[in-house]
Write a protein that binds this ligand. Sequence first.
Ligand SMILES: [Zn+2]
Length: 287
Amino acid sequence: MMHCTLLAWSWFGHGQLTELALASAISQFALLGKNFIYSRLLKIEATDSAIEAAALGSAGFGPSEKEIDEFIEKAQFAPPSDGEKRLARLFSPVPRWVQEEDIHRGNIPKVGEYIEHDSQVRHYMRSYRDTPAQDANRKSVNYIQDHLKQAWSGMHKGVNDLDTTAFDGGVKHLASALHTIEDSYSAGHTQRQAGTAMIQDIYYWPDTGTAEGPVSWGPREPWKGHEFYDVQFHSELYAKAKVATADFILCVLKNLDQDEGVFLDECSDKIQTNFYTAWREAELETP
Ligand SMILES: [Zn+2]
């Protein structure tokens, strides 16, 4: 598991962040009274459990009841309803899928960038030392947008036609988008302004631990090392990452009974807010 030491949100960090965000999104979704989507999600969950029971001899193979309870109770004080527990079970593979986004050839230290073109787009980083931050940002935002769109399409088809294959395919795209969203809030991947969380720089991984610091956008302090920033900003950024991740999950879920346009509008609002950059602000300020 060599990846652990390389990642700002560690392997477990991604898993835990996704679990908490899912729990929060599910409890917010349950309050919306979206009965059509809710009942369809439960039907898909029932189909999954039946398949697992047939294949494995026990219903609901996967996380235990206790694990699911803990997972939801971490994010809310009221005990989860049966429906929420079933939704948590339905989405229980997502944290692992989010973690697995880190396993690819382009993530091998030193050689990855030559093996895979633009290998760091999914990690919200510069792929090459000379990649401008603006380019890195645009590519990662497009990556998030594409995967969210495919997530919504697959899950929308899944819910409306009770097509579990389409639904699962959509959920996989959701995991891809969530990984990049989470990475964008890691102090080892981007520099975000304290308080506003505006993106000020995007790093090139091999530069993040060096004394000279990464190639920077505009004036910034010399890079003090990965650990320094993670410790200093960890709690603030971790909290923001959780809210952002939950927001995007909720945005997909609550719009499964809407037209694509409604989903895309809400989704692009969230993209504007979460990936607002200093260079965009500079553009807006120039008459
Ligand atoms: Zn990553």
